[in-house]
Design a protein around this ligand. Structure first.
Ligand code: QV4
Ligand code: CA
Length: 512
């Protein structure tokens, strides 16, 4: 009995690593800067029918309005209060989105910006997305309320109050990140305000959180506010379910702050993943796909069940944050599809797909001077809706990578092979590689500069399979290439290095 009580207690306080996605749904998509009304529609018309498990939404809480430059995307990382109104919509629209997405089994993950408030130079007034008054210079945010006592100034010892040296973990946690007013999470009052905000969202029905700038908070302080959280809304989730937590900790090695310091709270973003995969697929630094044989922990990544993985994110697709030039994005579509395909086929980590908007880049000395440009918007700054073209792609400069056939079909592939082991690896000691997932799926890449023609053991039952990259199964036919698996599980694969997409993927749900 005592043991049972103890286990129950551990269960209630313990960290949340499970994504809370429905069984058979294994990925989430970040619908960066989308309006709540558009996300609700997308859950119903596209994400649910195609097996997506959830959506990471942009920060829903009130933020500063920045007009110079005009309405940059990053103004949403400068909170003014925890009221739910932003360019994505108001509280009613947020509630409607959560309800409608949850009702079709696609869950909502909120980007929680709780390390800081707006920048110190944010001024005073009501230039905020719900019109709440604030005074950044005096650290006064009456709509929370937070006042000067609630910030870390007394704990930061750098000359200008900024983080100056990432080699000093005290600075990184207690000083200002890019001038952003740094909240004192060691105060119970601040912990309580953060937990009240998160609980408000939990009660509406969200399934988890990305913890923004987790690296800039002490793991124990994060634990303290997470311990105050409710379990999820029982209208959609089993009673006692804890929110999924993934913490943004950029750990590329070489700093005192590591991802593993945050495991007690939940998963961490594994930034080495996209940086390395981009390097390999670009064939930089002498890398080749054959080296991916031991991808995952073998590359020095955090354990698979502690990792949230992605090829690119909203920061490093435009040169912010970490990863550098190797990061693949929709701008390099051919290589990007291969990278996302590899990620979704490989068992390592919990996967997040990026969905972006297009902007006009302006490279000055290798840096994009337009890295600030916000979402497609009207002249009054309001965000444009996501229109859907006849061919199912998106209009109004929304890229909708998650709707690209190759990516969408690999999201489905990952669902089909869920739980199956990494198997039947093959490589040519160069950039032609293949691997399977038990007897459910198989994928083959040709990233060399010559034709590929090989017979490989797939592990799959005999039959004719539709390649889900060049097409898919529709009715009783394939719209793209076909692959014939013989009785011994082998199949012939021919992939030209000049193919639009030089990779092939088959799985048991796309068998004729
Ligand atoms: C400017 C100067 C500062 C000066 C300050 C004075 O540059 O030197 O001290 O004014 O007030 C914006 C501007 C930045 C400006 C700052 C404050 O870009 O120039 O400082 O506002 O006004 C996003 C953007 C940032 C942006 C921030 C807030 O990337 O450029 O800053 O939003 O609007 C590290 C962290 C990691 C972080 C990553 C980008 O470890 O946690 O950098 N990633 C997350 C988010 C990211 C977000 C933040 C954290 C902050 O993913 O999108 O930053 O919430 O690696
Ligand atoms: Ca901090």
């Amino acid at each position: 009995m005592q043991v049972l009580l103890l286990l129950a207690a551990v269960g209630l306080c313990g960290a949340q690593y499970n994504s809370n996605t429905q069984a058979g749904r294994t990925s989430i998509v970040h619908l960066f800067e989308w309006r709540w009304a558009d996300i609700a529609l997308e859950c119903e018309r596209y994400l649910a029918p195609n097996g997506f498990g959830g959506v990471q939404v942009s920060p829903p809480n009130e933020n500063i309005i920045v007009t110079n430059p005009f309405r940059p995307w990053w103004e949403r990382y400068q909170p003014i209060s925890y009221k739910l109104c932003t360019r994505s919509g108001n509280e009613d629209e947020f509630r409607d989105m959560v309800t409608r997405c949850n009702n079709v089994g696609v869950y909502i993950y909120v980007d929680a910006v709780v390390n800081h408030m707006c920048g110190a130079a944010g001024g005073s007034g009501t230039h905020s997305t719900c019109g709440s008054y604030f005074d950044a210079g005096n650290e006064n945010f009456p709509a929370v309320p937070y006042s000067g006592w609630d910030f870390n100034d007394g704990r930061c010892y750098t000359s200008n109050g900024e983080i100056q040296n990432y080699g000093d973990m005290y600075q990184v946690r207690d000083c200002r990140l890019s001038g952003l007013l740094d909240l004192a999470q060691e105060k119970d009052y601040v912990r309580t305000k953060i937990a009240e905000y998160m609980n408000y969202l939990i009660d509406i029905g969200v399934a988890g959180f990305r913890i923004d700038a987790a690296k800039h908070m002490w793991p124990g302080d994060i634990k303290a506010f997470l311990d105050k959280l409710n379990t999820l809304n029982t209208r959609w989730f089993p009673s006692g379910t804890k929110p999924f937590i993934y913490q943004e900790v950029i750990d590329l090695g070489g700093e005192p702050i590591t991802g593993s310091q945050y495991f007690e709270n939940g998963r961490v973003t594994e930034f080495k993943y996209g940086a390395k995969l981009g390097t390999v697929i670009r064939k930089w630094d002498g890398e080749k796909m054959a080296y991916l044989k031991n991808w995952g922990e073998g590359w020095g990544f955090v354990p698979s069940d502690r990792a949230l993985v992605f090829v690119d994110n909203h920061d490093n697709q435009r040169g912010h944050g970490a990863g550098g030039a190797s990061i693949l994005t929709f701008w390099d579509a051919r290589l990007y599809k291969m990278a996302v395909g590899f990620m979704l086929a490989h068992p390592y980590g919990f996967t997040r797909v990026m969905s972006s908007y297009r902007w006009t880049r302006n490279f000055v000395n290798g840096q994009d001077a337009n890295d600030w440009i916000g979402p497609p918007s009207n002249s009054d700054g309001s965000t444009k809706s996501v229109t859907i073209n006849a061919d199912t792609t998106c209009g109004n400069d929304w890229v909708c990578e998650h709707r690209w056939r190759q990516i969408r079909n690999m999201v489905i592939f990952r669902n089909v092979v869920d739980g199956e082991p990494f198997s039947n690896w093959w490589d040519n000691d160069s950039n032609q590689v293949a691997f399977g997932r038990g007897n459910k799926g198989f994928i083959v890449f040709n990233n060399d500069d010559w034709y590929m023609n090989v017979n490989l053991q797939t592990g799959l039952p005999a039959g004719t399979y539709c390649d889900v990259i060049s097409g898919q199964k529709e009715g009783n036919a394939c719209t793209g290439k076909q692959v014939y698996v013989s009785g011994d599980g082998t199949a012939n694969f021919q992939i030209s290095n000049t193919d639009e997409d030089p990779f092939v993927a088959i799985h048991v749900d796309a068998k004729l």
